[in-house]
Design a protein around this ligand. Structure first.
Ligand code: HEM
Length: 317
């Protein structure tokens, strides 16, 4: 990979760092492929694409968001950030993490707690529980925090840089799809009040990562750990997809724009209204299917069949 140039609002000086050299060239910082930020971006490229292509994430981007799944996703994030920020606090003075300690700007635990209170009510803590995939992620974060604090960088990078990169888009999609209040309730997770420019902050964070005193072996271990962190996220998405299969369609709260609807025209309310007005037989079929899909419809139908069978038996007696 060739060296990449980037504007560096935060750095403004030449630094030697663990084999990689960052130096100034006409006001821009030239990054070396051995800089941790470069190694992380290159090393996680493939697994990043994998995360982007999970069904859960693709559905989310299309605005097909089931509120129940969104809430469970937030629960997973709450446990993940609680573990990560606990370990960050424990290691805030560790020389291989201290320059990345930005609690005011980055920490998400409290924002997630506010969102969960909005979704589940005051007793939200009694209502939530940790899923198996989230538990594995959390266990790993605690293990790293205790045994190899330098690798905590990988976990912080994977989540915070990701949140700063796609957060605003996801916030807008979620708000529109779930018709959440424009005032931001339920979406605090996506709000970084302490950060004016996500782009400038990411540059600062990258330059801080590059200034850490790390040898090449440790940098490689951090990249491996970041890949693992992405995989934990992918596992959680997989778990949410499985839960999604068990939910009734009517839990689908999203209201995607017309062009975003894929294939199933019966989802269009205008189509249903038009068919009802014209008395089309396919609409009657659709109605029957809707009744059958609905558990209370199934009970009603079973009751009708039982009554008819009883009537036939009485007539034949
Ligand atoms: C909806 C799916 C996703 C899309 C479309 C997406 C898109 C992007 C884009 C465009 C960037 C580059 C931003 C920039 O150059 O400033 C980025 C960066 C990043 N994303 Fe994602 N992303 C997605 C999902 C994820 C997930 C699930 C994670 C991890 C859990 C993640 C972690 C990251 C990280 C760590 C970076 C920083 C890369 C770097 O600059 O080194 N992303 N993402």
């Amino acid at each position: 990979m060739s060296a990449m140039k980037t504007e560096d609002a935060a750095n403004g000086k030449s630094t030697a760092n663990g084999g990689g050299v960052v130096y100034e060239e006409g006001g821009v910082t030239v990054l070396s492929p051995t800089d941790l930020s470069e190694m992380l971006a290159a090393g996680t490229k493939e697994v990043h694409e994998k995360a982007e292509n999970t069904e859960f994430v693709k559905d989310f981007l299309k605005g097909r968001i089931r509120k129940e799944l969104f809430k469970l996703g937030h629960v997973a994030l709450y446990f993940t950030y609680s573990a990560m920020e606990e370990e960050i606090e424990r290691n805030k003075e560790h020389p291989q993490f201290a320059p990345l300690y930005f609690p005011h700007e980055l920490h998400r635990r409290d924002a997630l707690a506010r969102d969960l209170e909005f979704f589940y009510g005051e007793d939200w803590e009694d209502q939530i529980s940790i899923s198996p995939a989230t538990q594995r992620y959390v266990d790993r974060i605690h293990q790293i925090g205790h045994e190899q604090p330098a690798l905590l960088v990988a976990h912080a990078y994977t989540r915070y840089m990701g949140d700063l990169s796609g957060g605003q888009v996801l916030r807008k999609v979620a708000q529109r799809a779930m018709k959440l209040p424009p005032t931001g309730e339920g979406l605090n997770f996506y709000e970084f009040d302490g950060i004016h420019s996500a782009k400038a902050f990411k540059q600062l964070y990258r330059s801080r990562m590059n200034e850490l005193e790390l040898d090449t072996h440790t940098k490689e271990k951090i990249v491996e750990e970041a890949i693992l962190a992405f995989q934990f996220n992918v596992e959680i998405f997989g778990e949410l997809e499985e839960v999604g299969k068990t939910l009734q369609d009517d839990v689908l709260d999203a209201a995607p724009a017309h062009g975003e609807m894929q294939g199933d025209i019966s989802q269009c309310p205008y189509y249903a209204a038009k068919m009802a007005a014209s008395g089309g037989s396919s609409y009657i079929c659709q109605m029957a299917m809707t009744v059958l899909k609905n558990p209370s419809g199934q009970v009603l139908l079973a009751a009708w069949i039982a009554a008819l069978a009883g009537l036939a038996a009485w007539y034949l007696m």
